[in-house]
Design a protein around this ligand. Structure first.
Ligand code: TEU
Ligand code: CA
Length: 558
């Protein structure tokens, strides 16, 4: 039987991602926290979501905002206490909301006890928790080189020399994020303890950070590339599959939980290899391909956005991957209304059109905090306002390559991760109602229009549209389990179908452009035969042959 026909709660519920630092600050220190999240649970319940994914809340020196963990079984005091965490789990239980935690096990912080021990001496019992190698003498000028030519996700060599022992450690991310060594069985044993600790506390699963890079097959030099030299030695390697099988068999399968892998540079085939039910590894994975159809090589080099490239990529994943994790934004990506829509002329229309598409795709939908309001990219004017380590590293690298300052700033504006990390816009009040103090990252001044308080009272708001879509997905089983088919793609117009035996057929009609378009004959006919159940424009006349900019409507068979 296909996985799609198996009913599972994690297929039926909508996931809402919270980036705790930016969600809600309860005590005025400018940093979002757990009591802040608790105070918004009724908002989330009302929105209709069924699962919360919490970006890391663990103890961390915040070199990479919590993705550098120094204690996996403790809460970062900035966010609250373990008691707060227990109250959050309780509060969610009362509202029938499940929680998944971010699991960051490719690397730890360099301030984790294991690493502090590891760096002390070559015979320390924790030495082999990490990947240490001596440098290489190139022979020419006798200058010492790192163990290989791999580069980090955040630019520069992936190796850092450590004075204590004179050896280098591997870090695929920042130098404060040393990679764990999965060739050492003790590491996996530690990970199992961590998983059990949280599952026993009442957590319902994990979002597994960069999980397909945990197994490094060899440490040989990689083929030289513009970005991520070395990747062929660690992307989706056999060792990664072995580890996931063990974790699934020994831990995940013992609980009523689910796992979504964040998997970099994966093809649909690799996605299935990691998540098809008969593999016994993960339940679904986030791919990146649709997010990067407007990029050359990597996200810092943009080409103009084309709806057909984007849609064809989504369609390929719909066709080939058994169960998708569908998302248009997260804490690492620009806001979708700014990225794929048009936040200047057709803000609400395009934000709603994207939402209609997201909820029509087959798979589990993920909504990132603020997406439901149509939050946009930041309105900063210089690097002085940027916090993200990745952006600062890119800025420096582009300067070394002599990119003019204007070009560099454009790169940052388009692709910086801080676009997604500005404070959640609760109201038009100062700091968007996020904090009574000074927020760690400045709120967008468009909080004057896009905010929870005002959108809640407007039945035409982006928020109201998300609520309707979430409710619709609960009501119509075909939206969850139905087959997905593309009936028509002409220019920027798309007609999509969801079909489940015994249920009424559902059709989504989209104009993915800022121009008026002609509605194809097929859609005109469908329109006459069906009932309209949702639209982002109010009036549409019977027989009308025009699609307005970013118009989207959903039809149901009568
Ligand atoms: O992201 C992994 C990842 O691939 C990112 O480096 C991504 O390429 C980049 O952010 C896009 O701009 C995960 C987390 O989501 C990210 O926040 C962490 O910084 C990273 O892992 C390291 O843990
Ligand atoms: Ca706080």
């Amino acid at each position: 039987m296909l996985q799609g026909t198996l009913r599972e709660w994690w297929k039926e519920r909508v996931v809402y991602q919270i980036y705790p630092r930016s969600f809600c600050d309860s005590n005025g220190d400018g940093i979002g926290d757990i009591p802040g999240i608790i105070s918004k649970l009724d908002y989330l319940k009302d929105l209709g979501i069924g699962i919360i994914w919490l970006s890391p809340l663990y103890k961390s020196p915040n070199d990479d905002n919590g993705y550098d963990i120094s204690d996996y079984m403790d809460i970062n005091p900035e966010f609250g206490t373990m008691d707060d965490m227990k109250r959050l789990i309780e509060g969610c239980k009362e509202r029938d909301i499940k929680i998944i935690m971010d699991l960051v096990i490719n690397h730890t912080s360099d301030e984790h006890e294991w690493f502090k021990e590891s760096r002390k001496s070559k015979d320390n019992p924790y030495r082999d928790y990490y990947i240490w190698r001596p440098g290489i003498n190139s022979g020419k000028d006798g200058k010492e080189m790192p163990p290989n030519n791999w580069t980090s996700f955040f630019t520069g060599s992936a190796w850092q020399k450590d004075d204590e022992t004179g050896e280098y450690y591997l870090h695929l991310f920042s130098k404060k994020q040393p990679d764990l060594n999965y060739k050492n069985p003790a590491v996996l044993a530690e990970v199992k303890k961590i998983l059990t600790f949280w599952l026993d506390m009442g957590i319902s699963g994990f979002r597994c950070d960069v999980i397909n890079v945990i197994g490094k097959t060899t440490l040989q030099n990689g083929k030289k590339r513009i970005a991520l030299t070395g990747r062929e030695h660690y992307i989706s390697q056999p060792e990664c599959h072995e580890i996931l099988k063990k974790l699934n068999e020994e831990i995940f399968s013992k609980y009523d939980c689910f796992t979504v892998g964040e998997t970099v540079m994966v093809t649909p085939q690799m996605a299935n290899d990691l998540s098809a039910p008969d593999r016994g590894e993960l339940n679904m994975v986030f791919g990146f391909e649709h997010m990067e159809t407007d990029c050359i090589n990597n996200k810092w080099f943009k080409t103009p956005f084309s709806s057909s490239k984007f849609m064809n990529t989504l369609f390929k994943w719909q066709r080939e991957v058994m169960w998708n994790a569908n998302y248009f934004e997260n804490h690492d990506q620009p806001r979708c209304v700014s990225h794929f829509g048009n936040d200047a002329e057709f803000h609400d229309e395009s934000a709603k059109m994207l939402a209609a598409l997201l909820f029509t795709l087959r798979g589990t939908p993920y909504v990132f905090e603020g997406q439901e309001l149509g939050m946009t990219n930041f309105d900063y004017t210089s690097m002085a306002e940027i916090q993200d380590i990745e952006s600062h590293n890119i800025w420096k690298m582009a300067a070394e390559l002599h990119f003019p300052e204007k070009v560099r700033w454009l790169m940052i504006q388009k692709s910086s991760r801080d676009n997604a990390r500005t404070p959640m816009q609760w109201s038009a009040a100062e700091n968007a109602g996020f904090s009574t103090g000074t927020p760690w990252l400045r709120a967008n001044s468009n909080c004057a229009f896009y905010n929870v308080a005002s959108e809640q009272t407007d039945s035409n708001s982006v928020l109201a549209f998300y609520k309707e879509l979430i409710a619709l997905r609960k009501e119509k089983t075909a939206f969850v389990y139905g087959d997905f088919r593309v009936l028509e793609k002409t220019g920027d117009i798309y007609v999509l179908e969801r079909y489940l035996a015994g249920e009424k057929r559902l059709y989504t009609v989209l104009n993915f452009s800022a121009k008026k378009r002609v509605l194809p004959e097929k859609a005109v006919l469908l329109y006459a035969q069906c009932r309209m159940i949702l639209t982002n424009y109010t009036i549409r006349r019977q027989g009308e042959k025009e699609m307005r900019p970013y118009e989207a409507f959903i039809l149901e068979e009568r």
